[in-house]
Design a protein around this ligand. Sequence first.
Ligand SMILES: [Zn+2]
Ligand SMILES: [Zn+2]
Length: 128
Amino acid sequence: MGKIIKTTCASCGHEWVNKIGCGLMHGSLGNIAGLFSEEESERIREYMTRNAYPLFDFAYRLAYCDHCESLVSVPVLELKDESGRYVGSCKQCSRKIEIEDIIEEADETSCPVCGRASLHTEDTGLWD
Ligand SMILES: [Zn+2]
Ligand SMILES: [Zn+2]
């Protein structure tokens, strides 16, 4: 089950609501593959054909999109034995998000709008 989080900037008042974590459908690598670009999705499916019991970690994670100057949630997949890491695109502008843009601790990250480190995150609900 995933969480819905609200991130608010105490300095400029901007607010973002994002879904993070994963849902029921994400237990299957086949469903997850469809969330990535065509090329990546092909590589993921190929991995599935080579591994009957694929080991992976999947979650939507909070990330910073420098194009939108916004906090968004992106799908992140890690294939265990190939050290393959896949990061999806921004859902607003569809640009590729880099692994460095993934936010580990929102409370320690600068606000994408005003640049101050005054973000605060709270859980507002669950999804799936
Ligand atoms: Zn964007
Ligand atoms: Zn701000």
